[in-house]
Design a protein around this ligand. Structure first.
Ligand code: ZN
Length: 395
């Protein structure tokens, strides 16, 4: 009997602790969405009781996740202090490692990225040089802000195996194979570092800053260098057994097609991406082009490259249709530059999508170009991690 009483008391304590964390998380999300709010505002916005709000706010303040600011003077007496996500008092860093360039950006826990607090460098040729350059930018930015560092989110291309805790394979950036820059950077800098697949990070960025705000079922297709897919289903990112789900880019669409970074031939990502269009334009122009040069060429002489544009448009439409047919999302966000970033060309892609998608599934789904960036994604990822440490999402 005594044992049962003890278990039940312990159970109650765990439940109370969990409930408190859930309330803190809910409050933090309200602050993210709403901006600075008084305790009275928060009581109204969350429907929690005033003592619960007060306790949760105190805990967020104590943990450095939120801060207080003076309200703007007001005709109706003296309003209470306002609470907001820690902006002046804390900093998080978002590191984007990409095929040809990298960036490090510093923000508060509001996740707002800015140019003055972003540093960029060309992706170095070795992993050791990549770590050195990243550490250097991180230290520079922390010194510049002179704030308490809460954590670093690192967005990388490739397959991350959560069980092994490493990037097992990065088809377009092999220096990351079998590496974990989050572990290595945490050792050098001494703070919490989070490794994220870049498309998952983009999903979180779009949810925090873009048009996916408040959506629990949406997909995101990144078609820049590789073709990555992130799927938010019932409020959770689809992970699979080891976190490697969603590799739509490596399904074969042309058995004898171009060689892919994964070693296979004719993968969807060799035909449906910005990188694919750059490769085709380089062949047509008989010189290697960068993405910026390809963009320039399309701006000046698109009529000369209709065949190349049509080839990639057709395959991008197939990729988009596959996602909609398989996952039935309420919205699909597409992240890209050459076709997606140009309204007229994106319109043509969407026209082809109609041809390729099941009508009922397409009727359910809105398709947008993304509004957020990989920088915002890396930052949103670490903020999500810091606040998830409050409590898991209920769902
Ligand atoms: Zn492949």
């Amino acid at each position: 009997m005594e044992d049962n009483t003890l278990i039940s008391q312990r159970h109650e304590r765990v439940e109370t602790g969990l409930l408190r964390r859930i309330n803190e998380r809910r409050l933090f999300e309200t602050l993210q969405r709403h901006g600075p709010a008084s305790r009275a505002d928060l009581t109204r916005l969350t429907g929690l009781t005033a003592p619960t709000v007060s306790k949760a706010v105190e805990s967020l303040l104590a943990r450095g996740l939120a801060e207080e600011i003076e309200p703007i003077a007001h005709a109706l007496g003296r309003p209470g202090k306002l609470v907001r996500p820690a902006t002046e008092s804390a900093v998080v860093l978002g590191v984007v490692i990409d095929v040809s360039s990298c960036s490090v950006t510093a923000t508060g826990l509001d996740g707002r990225v800015s140019e003055p607090l972003t540093q960029r460098f060309a992706t170095p040729g070795t992993y050791a040089a990549l770590l050195d350059a990243t550490e250097h930018s991180c230290r520079n930015l922390v010194d510049q802000t002179n704030r308490q560092i809460q954590g670093i989110g690192i967005s990388v291309p490739g397959l991350i195996n959560d069980r092994l805790g490493e990037i097992v394979f990065s088809p377009n950036l092999h220096l990351l194979d079998k590496r974990n820059p989050a572990v290595d950077l945490a050792e050098r800098i001494g703070c919490k570092c989070l490794l994220m697949q870049e498309t998952d990070a983009l999903c979180l960025g779009e949810r925090l800053h873009g048009a996916a705000r408040g959506l629990d079922d949406f997909s995101l297709l990144d078609v820049e260098a590789g073709l990555g897919l992130g799927v938010m289903s019932a409020g959770r990112l689809l992970a699979g057994h080891s976190g490697m789900a969603g590799e739509l880019g490596h399904i074969t669409v042309a058995p004898d097609g171009p060689r892919c970074g994964c070693g296979n031939r004719g993968c969807l990502e060799t035909l449906a991406t910005d990188a694919a269009l750059v490769r085709l334009l380089s062949q047509a122009a008989e010189r290697p082009l960068s993405v910026a040069e390809a963009e320039q060429l399309l701006a000046e002489r698109a009529a000369d490259f209709q065949h190349e544009i049509r080839t990639v448009t057709e395959h991008l439409a197939i990729a988009i249709a596959a996602v909609i047919n398989i996952f039935n999302p309420t919205a699909l966000f597409v992240h890209g530059r050459l076709l997606v970033g140009n309204p007229e060309r994106f319109e043509r892609v969407l026209d082809r999508v109609k041809q390729r998608t099941l009508t009922a599934s397409l009727a359910d789904c809105a398709i947008h170009a993304t509004r957020s960036s990989k920088r915002q994604g890396a930052v949103a990822g670490i903020i999500h991690q810091l606040t998830s440490a409050c409590a898991p999402t209920l769902g």
